[in-house]
Design a protein around this ligand. Structure first.
Ligand SMILES: [Zn+2]
Length: 183
């Protein structure tokens, strides 16, 4: 099986967050509040695992799908107000604010800790990633059942599927069947 393309740095973090669930087979790294906080710690978004709640879990998943929605814009899809509202809500709940570090560089940092703070760091990562040229290359797979966030390395940024061999061919076969039915 060919590997799906992954991005580096802050864009890679955003990509990993969105792809923490495989919509096709249902595997979810955020299976319960504990696996969620373990994931957040492992990715440097939380200092130490604090017990999460079911509400945290729902919030983390809502933020994940909202980011997936915004990435869809890079694939020519519409941006939904509910996704925008979810991300604005996560930014507000974490108290994101501009901070200048001792290195003289500016960053967005949450005021609160816990899962809300970690989700604020995810929103900050999206904010930073959007300011980079590579943002437009982060796309959603065109297969409706997949919707994996993949990094488009093609020279003219024309890739539409995370894996041509599986998703691309399946989508083409589906269209072929629909055309055959229509005639
Ligand atoms: Zn796919």
């Amino acid at each position: 099986m060919e590997d799906r393309e992954t991005a580096d740095g802050v864009l890679g973090l955003v990509q990993a967050y969105v792809n923490s669930v495989d919509l096709e087979d249902g595997t979810d790294a955020f299976g319960d509040p504990n696996t969620l906080t373990a994931w957040l710690v492992a990715h440097g978004l939380m200092r130490q695992a604090q017990p999460g709640t079911e509400a945290d879990l729902m919030h983390a998943k809502a933020v994940r799908e909202a980011i997936r929605g915004l990435i869809g814009a890079n694939s020519g899809l519409a941006v939904y107000p509910v996704d925008v509202a979810t991300l604005n809500g996560a930014a507000a709940a974490s108290g994101l604010r501009a901070r200048f570090g001792s290195d003289g560089k500016a960053r967005l940092e949450p005021e609160v800790g816990g899962v809300d703070g970690a989700l604020g760091r995810v929103v900050a990562a999206v904010f930073t990633a959007m300011g980079e040229e590579t943002w437009a290359r982060l796309k959603l797979c065109g297969s409706n059942t997949c919707r994996w966030a993949f990094y488009d390395r093609s020279r003219n940024q024309s890739s539409r599927w995370c894996r041509m061999a599986s998703c691309g061919n399946r989508q083409k076969a589906k269209r072929f069947r629909e055309r055959a039915k229509a005639t």
